[in-house]
Design a binder for this molecule. Structure first.
Ligand SMILES: [Zn+2]
Ligand SMILES: [Zn+2]
Length: 121
């Protein structure tokens, strides 16, 4: 993937807001209308997703994005302030049994826990 100006701007934005999931609208407001319009933000997100540099999760029909980590991880996401709390992989140890019990070949999984962080309760 070519690191265009737009892609770099989005990656930098994630780094500046580390620990937060950002929606395309939030990024658009953070970057500023003069630099990037909303459709450019969406297109850039698609490219970064394709390159697996970011991950996507959907909370109440809104898509949020966050930087992909090299280590496999899951998150608890605060639906009020979008803070992300890493929780490791809580399901890994159950997968072999689930596969056996259901005669299922598991090829991947996705878990995100939603709620309110201690500042937002
Ligand atoms: Zn919160
Ligand atoms: Zn996992």
């Amino acid at each position: 993937m070519r690191m265009t100006k737009q892609r770099k701007a989005i990656i930098d934005l994630f780094k500046e807001n580390s620990g937060k999931a950002l929606s395309a609208e939030m990024m658009y407001h953070l970057v500023g209308d003069d630099k990037m319009n909303l459709s450019t933000v969406y297109r850039t997100m698609d490219k970064l997703l394709e390159a697996k540099l970011i991950n996507k999760t959907v909370v109440n029909t809104v898509a949020y994005f966050y930087l992909a980590e090299s280590e496999h991880n899951h998150f608890m996401i605060c639906t009020n302030c979008q803070k992300m709390i890493p929780i490791g992989c809580v399901i890994k140890k159950f997968l072999p049994d689930l596969a056996t019990q259901n005669h299922f070949k598991i090829t991947g999984h996705d878990i995100t826990i939603f709620g309110l962080c201690e500042e937002c309760i």
